[in-house]
Design a protein around this ligand. Sequence first.
Ligand code: LLP
Length: 424
Amino acid sequence: MHYFAYRDGKLFCEDVPVERIAAEVGTPFYLYSRRTLLEHYRRLDAAFSHIPHIICYSVKANSNGAVLRALCKEGAGADIVSGGELFRALRAGISPERIVFAGIGKTAEEMRFALEKGILMFNVESGQELEVLSTVASDMGLRARIALRVNPDVDPRTHPYIATGLKEAKFGMGMEEALREYRRAAELPGVEVVGVHQHIGSQITTVDPFRESLEKLRELMARLKEMGIDIRYLNMGGGFGIPYQGEDVPVPDDYAHALTPLLRETGCTVILETGRMIVGNAGVLVAKVLYRKRGGQKTFLVVDAAMNDLIRPSLYGSYHEILPAARRDGETEVVDVVGPVCETGDFLARERALPRMERGELLAVMSAGAYGFTMASNYNSRRRPAEVMVEGERFAVVREREDWQELMRGERPFPGDIEDGAMP
Ligand code: LLP
């Protein structure tokens, strides 16, 4: 669900017309509905209310401070994968006791930062990482709370780039290796074993892969118990998918209904690292048609947003619905919606039937709240877009559009070359 809808033919975000925001802010921009965001969070939280749980919102999905602060107020924790994400989460007020740190390449510096702040736990992904963490923590006179990331070898049936729980993936460790590493971890001076972690993939649209992987984790936990290792936290990762084109996908209650008995049996506090389900449909990317263009048999709508703003269609071939800001009835035409970037792979939609749109008109690329801005780049020296948040009738720019100076921030001439501004 979301609060983007037409009223009298105009696309609104909650109670504000998209056209009004565009007139004030310019295009392109990301637009977030706070009500949608909060409702998604609350539904998920309520669905799992029958078991002790923590929702560690996956910061990588959308790390804007306004999004993080809104979720923090609801009681969310954070799933982070870098020192930068930890910095953002703390800045937004998220309590370190609700922060979990994943990722296969944590540096010693990042570990120290997280230990200093007292995060809830590290999701450790390899034997070597375990040793380094133990040393770093011991040197600080601390013990790092850890879960090992287990790779349960289940097929999440999603795009191969975001399937992470198969045995050939670079993430986590297989069951047998995990058992060995748990045994070793129990002996290490700088770590304290508290949990088990998995993350089997993203944009998963059925409950089954979770059921399958949780069964395997349960077996693992039983074996750990025999070894005298007691697990208190079961982190089931993220991955709950969302509808991009009206598909029927499980909602939080469906997941909770199917998984709660299994989870409850473990007696653990359950951690959910959900990103996309909370924020994905709470955001859109608003762009303007710059030109109409014919090429061969094709009609192109050249818009002012590109693959640098939203890379999902180019990278994964993802489908994002496109809605005109002013509804048009009548005939549709089949177009490619493309950006100004100098690559044939720069498109937001291909072979899409849309109402005929003219130069200057606005459109919204839907379901762009997750992995939209966070994956944006400055490719082609394009400024990253503004971000705007709406609540009811109010809206605010929650990140300014970058300016050209910012594009060159930190760059210096090579010694002896001409200074900036002295260019002919
Ligand atoms: N936990 C871990 C360890 C993860 O790696 C991820 C996502 C999540 C949680 C959150 O997953 P979610 O609930 O959002 O599915 N850029 C891709 C998605 C990459 C996901 C990476 N890991 C996309 O645009 O589809």
